[in-house]
Design a protein around this ligand. Structure first.
Ligand code: ADP
Ligand code: TRP
Length: 321
């Protein structure tokens, strides 16, 4: 069993990234054999500011460590420090049918939103397949939006194995029902690209302001709210608070008597407290810049050793060696 996931340094990480990908990944590290990376090559499909890429890359590394990634138990590296992945992406791309990539939801969503497609965006799932297959990965913790990409990875691995003989392990996505799609402040999926996020380590004032600004309807506090389970603050409480507490707030809202202001205040406190320990750890890490660099260097070295053996296997299989 080997667990692997990646997060792009394309912005500041938010609650959806944490609950969909980081928290399950960190929980898995106790079992060992865990590989987590910062997908900086992928970020080039949407971000063209070099200073921002450097800043976000560092931010994602700090966030992983602050949230509990333990470099003694899990390997953390920057994708571009293991450039072997690009060679494998080339090999896989030669077997990936155009139609497979044309059906990718994430590509279709982005182009439908008017984002001009570049070739990198189109072939993004091929690079992602290479990330996963290069490490003989069995489990990929992700949010639901990435499920199809993991299925495409399986398709590419199966096709390679059929064409060139057994080479790759076939991976599975690991998606937790309760946090498969964390809602954003506007009720759509929380996403860096929709401007509806709650940042993991935003400052107190800004976080409070964002939460207090969540739009609600005009019903009075006393009115019963039979649709309490649809309320965004309740949906967010369900993913950050103790289940019993979230249920109690939902019941109070449903029965009438709980005002939206009080509900949002409660949500702010839960969010703020949830990350209190991680926030303190992050502040220590920021002050110790050398440590983060060292973790990424060591991680790259360990990742590269595995990548080299799998790439060699793939090259031999297809006759490049
Ligand atoms: P974004 O959509 O904000 O750009 P990414 O695509 O970089 O986020 O996602 C990184 C990881 O976080 C992926 O595993 C993705 O599935 C997960 N993720 C992102 N947003 C959410 C969300 N709202 N709910 C659950 N998981 C999410
Ligand atoms: N595509 C993922 C996202 O945007 C990031 C990613 C790149 C990834 N390579 C990966 C996730 C490999 C899991 C495994 O969220």
């Amino acid at each position: 069993m080997r667990t692997l996931t990646g997060i792009q340094p394309s912005g500041i990480l938010h609650l959806g990234n944490y609950l969909g990908a980081m928290q399950p990944a960190i929980a898995a590290q106790e079992g060992g054999n865990c590989f987590y990376f910062i997908a900086d090559y992928h970020s080039m499909t949407s971000l063209t500011d070099p200073a921002k890429r450097r800043e976000y890359t560092r931010g994602v590394a700090l966030d992983w460590l602050a949230c509990g990634l333990d470099p003694k138990k899990a390997v953390l590296w920057r994708q571009s420090d293991v450039p072997e992945v690009c060679e494998l992406a080339w090999m896989l791309g030669t077997l990936a049918p155009m139609g497979l990539l044309e059906r990718a939801h994430s590509y279709k969503d982005k182009t439908a939103r008017g984002i001009a497609a570049n070739v990198g965006l189109f072939t993004y799932p091929v690079l992602m397949a290479a990330d996963i297959l290069l490490f003989d990965t069995t489990h990929v913790p992700v949010g639901r939006d990435q499920k199809q990409h993991v299925e495409m990875t399986r398709d590419m691995a199966i096709k390679f194995n059929l064409t060139y003989g057994e080479t790759f392990v076939i991976p599975d996505s690991v998606i937790r029902d309760e946090s498969a799609v964390v809602p954003g402040l506007d009720g759509q999926k929380m996403s860096k690209s929709y401007g509806n996020t709650l940042e993991l380590f935003g400052d107190e004032k800004a976080t409070r302001k964002k939460i207090m600004g969540i739009p609600m309807d005009s019903r009075t506090p006393a009115e019963p709210k039979p649709d309490a389970d649809q309320n965004i603050a309740i949906r967010l409480l369900k993913v950050v608070a103790e289940p019993g507490y979230a249920r109690e707030m939902e019941e109070r809202l449903r029965a009438g008597g709980l005002g939206y202001g009080d509900l949002k205040k409660a949500l702010f406190e839960q969010v703020w407290d949830h990350f209190a320990a991680a926030r303190a750890r992050r502040a220590e890490l920021v002050a110790d810049a050398g440590h983060v660099d060292q973790v990424l260097r060591d991680g790259a070295e360990r990742a590269r050793a595995i990548a080299a053996t799998v790439l060699d296997r793939a090259r031999r299989a297809c006759g490049l060696r």
